[in-house]
Design a binder for this molecule. Sequence first.
Ligand code: SAM
Length: 257
Amino acid sequence: MSARNPVWNPEQYFRFADERLQPAIDLMGRIVHPGPAVVVDLGCGAGNALPLLAGRFPGAAVSGVDGSTTMLARAAEGGFATRQADIATWRPDAPVDVLFSNAALQWLPAHETLFPRLLSQVAPGGVLAVQMPAMDATPARRLQREVAAEGPWATALAGATASPSILEMGAYYRLLRPMVKRLDLWFTEYVHLLKGPDPVMQWFMGSSLQPYVQALPEALRPAYLAAYADAVRPHYPAEADGTVLFPFRRFFLMASL
Ligand SMILES: C[S@@+](CC[C@H](N)C(=O)[O-])C[C@H]1O[C@@H](n2cnc3c(N)ncnc32)[C@H](O)[C@@H]1O
């Protein structure tokens, strides 16, 4: 675990596997490349996108890179090549034709230097294809911070934070447009239909609540989570059948050399 990349729990993350995989499917569907030889999934996690990338690009050598041993252990079960590395310092053995990343780069800081560095690992004619959640301003994410700042856990959580904010879209444009032949940027807001008790909390227990939970002594965790669930519930009311409609905005970036 690092300060920014928590210990990941694949079971919790994949309680909402279909919802989390759909943006990866949408992202790879938009990639235009005549026939990549090398495809890398950066922050591949448990490897769910790897078989889909292999299907999308037959004949390519598809591999995954991730920092989490728990996630990579699951990814290895799929039979794809994986490498444990910090994306911030990772270097491929050879230039990559399709550098793909779904819901991972938001965990890394300093996108002003990270994105040009990643682009420099892409082969001529290649593509950098990225999806990152754009949820920082929503009640669900704001309340993680606000609840953390109040209550008996406040001191323990003073330094805790989930993934740093992604840049505003214009910053990616100004950074990357001069470096590429073509740049596509877009947002998609999915509406996830969630079931079960406190599903928004359960969703983020698989991702951005983990840095808070892991910074707390065990004894304080239930109280922090209960306070977060109470605060977030009115913002995402259940329908008569118990379904919670959870809008989830995602930012997509496709840079083609
Ligand atoms: C939300 S999961 C996404 C996993 C996968 N891409 C998917 O769509 O299911 C984020 C992944 O990014 C990885 N990650 C975050 N920061 C990282 C870093 N600095 N270096 C390597 N992997 C990192 C985490 O270990 C985690 O597996």
